[in-house]
Design a protein around this ligand. Sequence first.
Ligand code: F6P
Length: 351
Amino acid sequence: MKIGILTGGGDCPGLNAVIRAVVRKGIFHHQDEFVGFLEGWRGVMEDQTIRLTLDSIAGILPRGGTILRTSRTNPAKKEGGMTQCLETLKRQAVEALVVLGGDDTQSVTYRLHEMGFKVVGVPKTIDNDLSGTDFCFGFDTAVNIATEAIDRVHTTAEAHNRVIVVEVMGRDSGWIAIYSGIAGGADVILIPERPFDLNDVAETIRHRHARGRYFSVVVIAEGARLAAGIDEQIVAEKGKKDEFGHVRLGGIGTIIAQELEKRTGFETRAVVLGHIQRGGSPTAFDRMLATRYGIGAIDAVHRSDFGKMVALRGTNIVTIPLKEALSRTRTVGQDLIDVANGLRENANRPL
Ligand code: F6P
C-alpha cells in the first residue's frame, strides 16, 4: 500500500519517533511504500514530498523536531485548497494518509475524511489539550523541561529574595502549568481555566512573605486570563495571527511580574520558557507513547479503520472518531486543581 505521512502545527518532541514506528512496521510487516509530505499541509497542497525509507528514518528516534518539517498552513482557508490536496494525493497515488497534528491540523484531516479520503490521525501537542485521549506525546517532555526550569529558578529566587514568574506554554489549557507547577512546588499557579485577580495573587505572596518566607515562584500559562484589568491586547502581540486565526501569545509573565512588583514591593522578575519547552530530545515516556501511537496508526490503516485518531485511554491505545477529538478543548479538571489547592494555605484565592 502507498501511504502518505505529514506533521502539521507546532513541532513536538516525539514526532520523529511516530514516523519511525509507522514506516518500520509498514515496511517490515506489510511491504508498504511511504511518501512524506513536507511542511504540513503546505506539502500536500504544493506537492512537496520526500520518500520515506528505512534509510531515511534511521537514527531519528531520539531527535526532536520533525524530519518532515512543519507549518501552520490551512488548506481549508485557501480557495480550492482542499481540492488541490486531493489532486496531489491522487497524483502521488497515495491510498491513505497518516496525519500527526493537534486540533487545527486534525480539523483538515477531518475535512479530507468527509471528502472520502482514507485518513488516520495521531494526536500531537505539547499543550495536551486534544479531547478523547489521556495524553498527547510531547507533553511529558515539556513538563520535564518546565519542572527543571522551576527547580533552577527556585534556588536563584531564594538566593536573591525575589519573586520569579515563570511563563510556560498553554494557549487554552493549563496542563503544562499545573503539572510543572505542582511538580516544581510553585507557590502560585495561574491557568487559562481559572481567570485570576492580580490583587489576590499579590495578597497570596505578601501573606507567604509575612510568615517568614522571602521568595516566591509563580507559574503562569501563556494563555492565562485576568478576571478583570489589563486588556488582552497588551498581552498578545497585536495583529500577528496564524492561518487558523490564533493570536501569537507570549509576554503575560513579564506584565504580571511588573504588576506584582508594584503591588507587593518585592523585587519580581520574569522568565519566559517559550520554545525551549518544544525543542530537543523526547523523554523515554514520550518515545514510548509516540512509538505506540505510530504502531496504532499503521495498524488502523491496515484494518481500514479510517476517519479515526489513535488515542491513549488508561494504558490502552485505541482509535476514536476524529470528530470526537475535535469536539472541544480538553481543559484541566477540578481534580488537579484540588491537588494544587490542597497544598496551599489559603485555597480561597486563585490557584
Ligand atoms: O499549540 C502549541 C503551542 O505550543 C502553544 O502553546 C503556543 O501558543 C503555540 O504552539 C506557539 O506556536 P508557534 O511556535 O507557532 O508560535
